[in-house]
Design a protein around this ligand. Structure first.
Ligand code: UDX
Length: 400
């Protein structure tokens, strides 16, 4: 057995959580740690894409009917997994510790690694402003959380960068009495790796190669959010009205209750032929980094938000639940790199993002500034890189 310290990562079984956790694995591995990814059988990552990690499948006993996607199902599924996986995971850790004692005397520690964007919240006065957290009200906050995070963790790792959220991070630092490491965006700090649970359709890159710079609107609502048929049709009309080229991700389960091919407006096929491309799953980071992409119509999942900021792409925000609401507010009101999507889908907003005009120009400039901040942060002298040095030291100093 090697004497390298081992970090055990435990992602929640969804794309938006598995991706940053695998990226974090890549980052820590590049700093000399060996990586174990403990995961459920449900939505298991593919070990072949990460041959240098060890994978530990945990029997989750999730019933087939609980796998169908809905918000309630997610909550129930996570409860089931927490109960069913607890014992096998504990057994594994005990075994790991014993092996270490026997073979190498190296000390291993497991940190509760959290990469989600969350805060401790009081459960009252929803319309009141959150103190020291302008412009947010309590109702804007994601699901209420207690101080459980700081009570059970010896440190917290955040997939963000100090320059993006300096003020709020410093408040959080005071509230949680444990070290905080902001070492993001993970995908810019990590070696490139394949993290998608769904096969990426790379044909859209060839299609993008044929489009003019900054002309294409990329539309994707991440891996979980679904819309109803009415919104699907409104989106299609918004894209028709924008008169701009578009790349639209329609996942198999994108439309509520529709296993069938969703019905798009008459004549939409022709529009696609002229200036559209629809895929089931895109290589999103490549797409956002493509010079043809001028705007991102997004649900503001944290990964998508960071990926867009990292490439300087302005956003049209259509948040759905949880942290997406607060992320969208950051995008529109604090960083000023996006607009809220009106309901019904607002053609003017689409135009403002993509077309030439003072507002679009300003937004593009702000988005470019943010991209620059990200680039600086991940450089050797940058804040995220420096913070990673401290994290490496911190983990190395931990004893079991
Ligand atoms: C979930 C929650 O919904 C979100 O609120 C939370 O912040 C993270 O966990 P998800 O909805 O999937 O995530 O959104 P997001 O965080 O944006 O993650 C989606 C990931 O899938 C991104 O890394 C994105 O690059 C990738 N993706 C999405 C693709 O690779 N191709 C696609 O076509 C769409």
């Amino acid at each position: 057995m090697s004497c390298r310290r081992c970090v055990v990562l435990v992602p929640a079984p969804y794309q938006g959580h598995i991706t940053p956790m695998l990226q974090l694995g890549g980052i820590l591995q590049s700093r000399g740690f060996s990586i174990v990814v403990a995961h459920t059988e449900y939505n298991a990552p593919d070990p072949l894409n990460h041959s240098s990690f060890a994978f530990l499948p945990l029997p989750d006993e999730v019933a087939e009917c609980d796998k169908a996607f809905s918000f309630t199902n997610v909550v129930n599924l996570l409860d089931t997994i927490n109960i069913n996986c607890k014992l096998p995971f504990k057994d594994y850790l005990v075994q790991l510790m014993e092996n270490v004692e026997l073979h190498s005397r190296a000390h291993y520690s497991v940190i509760d690694l959290r990469s989600e964007n969350c805060l401790p919240l009081p459960e009252c006065q929803m319309e009141e402003p959150v103190p020291d957290f302008y412009p947010f009200k309590f109702r804007d906050m994601p699901v209420p959380l207690t101080n459980e995070i700081s009570d059970k963790s010896c440190a917290i790792i955040w997939n963000t960068l100090d320059e993006l959220e300096h003020h709020h991070l410093s408040i959080i630092m005071k509230d949680f009495h444990v070290p905080i490491f902001s070492i993001g965006p993970f995908h810019k700090m990590a070696p490139m790796s394949k993290t998608s649970l769904i096969e990426e359709d790379n044909n859209c890159i060839e299609w993008l190669d044929k489009q003019a710079p900054n002309s294409v609107l990329y539309v994707s609502l991440g891996s979980i959010t679904s819309i109803n048929e009415k919104e699907l049709i409104e989106t299609a009309w918004g894209l028709i009205g924008s008169e701009q080229p578009f790349l639209w991700v329609i996942r198999d389960n994108s439309v509520n209750g529709a296993d069938f091919n969703p019905q798009l407006p008459d004549g939409f096929e022709e529009i696609i032929g002229e200036r559209g491309c629809i895929v089931k799953w895109a290589p999103q980071k490549k797409v956002l980094g493509h010079s043809a992409v001028g705007g991102f119509w997004t649900h503001c999942g944290w990964n998508s938000t960071l990926e867009s900021i990292s490439e300087g792409v302005p956003m049209i925000c259509r948040p759905d639940f949880g942290d997406q609401l607060i992320n969208a507010k950051y995008v529109t009101d604090i960083w000023n790199v996006g607009l809220e999507m009106g309901s019904p889908v607002d053609r003017e907003n689409v135009e403002k993002i993509l077309m030439v005009g003072v507002e679009a120009k300003n937004m593009r400039k702000k988005a470019a500034d943010m991209k620059h901040k990200v680039q600086n942060s991940v450089k050797e002298e940058g804040a995220s890189f420096q913070c990673l040095n401290k994290l490496t030291e911190f983990i190395s100093m931990l004893s079991s």
